[in-house]
Design a protein around this ligand. Sequence first.
Ligand code: FE2
Length: 213
Amino acid sequence: MIEMKKIEDTREQYIFTKMFDIEALNTRMVNRIDELGDQMNYTTNVRAYTTHSTLSFQYPEFSEFSKIVEEYAIECSIQMNSDYENHLTRLNHPFWKSLYIDTQVCGVMWGSKYASGEVAIPHDHWPATWAWVYYIDPPENAPGIYFPTLDYEQEIEHGMLIMFSGNLMHEVRSQEFDGYRYVVAGSILTNPWISGIQGIPPEDGPPKDGKVK
Ligand SMILES: [Fe+2]
């Protein structure tokens, strides 16, 4: 039997933000979110119009965007490891960097269209490595993203991509606004089989016995 202890963590959390100027892609993504409409029937943590979570596998504009997100996740991972001296050696260790950083992929991606007052209930993306959210033309007065365990609300802007640890709780609180709050969001997972690891050529795919050769 597993004993599960819950002990409060006082460690600081990292929230990364970066602005992207990708207007042509923004238009294509918003058009697709509009075209798909609500596919989840308010059954996920997002209580607003939301698509399936397979956008990056289905549509070229989201596949293109997933490359941007993956590159950013790697950038954030390097920064986070650089911020604590005991972790610095990892980045100089080719196997470690290859296994945990270079092989980060956008596992799931969905689009949401919030109307005034709509929310996302508190949740995390664990066991994903990172959770991320991207905003396209958020209306004035639209809510930001709120991290309840930090009691911190990150304000949002057009073109802002936010990246944070997959186990960090977050939500969208109800707020009145005009128009629609468009969001593209998802998770980053490490996929050690995709490339670059000595002894595991990508053409072999995942080892059938689950063991690293
Ligand atoms: Fe989320």
